[in-house]
Design a protein around this ligand. Sequence first.
Ligand SMILES: [Zn+2]
Length: 76
Amino acid sequence: MNADDSVFLGDVVKTRKPHPCGGDTWTVIRTGADIKIRCLTCGRIVMMDRVTFLKRRKVTVSRLEQSEQEQTEGVG
Ligand SMILES: [Zn+2]
């Protein structure tokens, strides 16, 4: 299993701890030194630094195609 610390715009991720609204699925809307994610359940936007984001991220659910690199993702 890869220690994947990559973050791409458009990633859909799940966090270890759910948002107070109950949702745990987010879309990455900004990358860089700070990461901005939007809760898919309530639409709130949260900004945090990259390190914090990587700690909170449980799994990347889906990723836009960024390159020719192929990724195998387990389902379910
Ligand atoms: Zn929310």
